[in-house]
Ligand binder design. Structure first.
Ligand code: TYD
Length: 141
């Protein structure tokens, strides 16, 4: 199985009746889901994220609004715009992420591979770079 960061979610529906999008754990994404959370009522212009995870894998999607996600593997930064309920961003372990709220009312939903664990966070950028340099992540699995 190989996954690109940006995933086009499956869609069911029509213009008249409206649409339904969905994804299934271990089919559309490469991990079982243990936790779902969402971030809302975030003022436009707010920056969130600013951390990496040692092992956690996540799928991010924005059912309403516009959120820019910058993923950083310690060498390169790539920007992704979540501006459609049909798009989702797969963030495997080892990426520093910065998130920017672009539109009022935007909601960020996250499906995560594990329970909340503060010890899995790297919240210091220099520490993140140290982990990258030590080859902590292969970025291939
Ligand atoms: P964090 O993951 O840093 O969110 P963001 O990147 O959007 O700023 O989480 C913010 C706070 O919420 C942090 O103090 C931990 C807490 N939190 C939980 O208690 N449970 C959770 O499942 C998550 C995701 C966060």
């Amino acid at each position: 199985m190989s996954f690109d960061h940006l995933i086009q979610l499956r869609i069911n529906g029509s213009e008249d009746a409206g649409y339904l999008s969905f994804f299934e754990a271990e089919k559309d994404i490469p991990f079982p889901i243990k936790r779902v959370y969402y971030t809302y009522n975030v003022p436009v212009g707010t920056k969130r994220g600013m951390h990496a995870h040692k092992t956690l894998q996540q799928l991010l999607w924005c059912p309403y609004g516009e959120i820019e996600v910058i993923l950083d593997d310690g060498k390169e930064k790539t920007s992704y715009l979540l501006d459609s309920p049909e798009k989702a961003l797969l963030v495997l372990k080892g990426y520093w992420r910065n998130l920017y709220w672009k539109k009022e009312g935007s909601v960020l939903c996250v499906a995560a591979s594990d329970y909340y664990d503060e010890d899995d966070y790297i919240r210091d950028y220099d520490e993140f770079i140290k982990y990258v340099k030590e080859g902590y992540w292969s970025y291939e699995d």
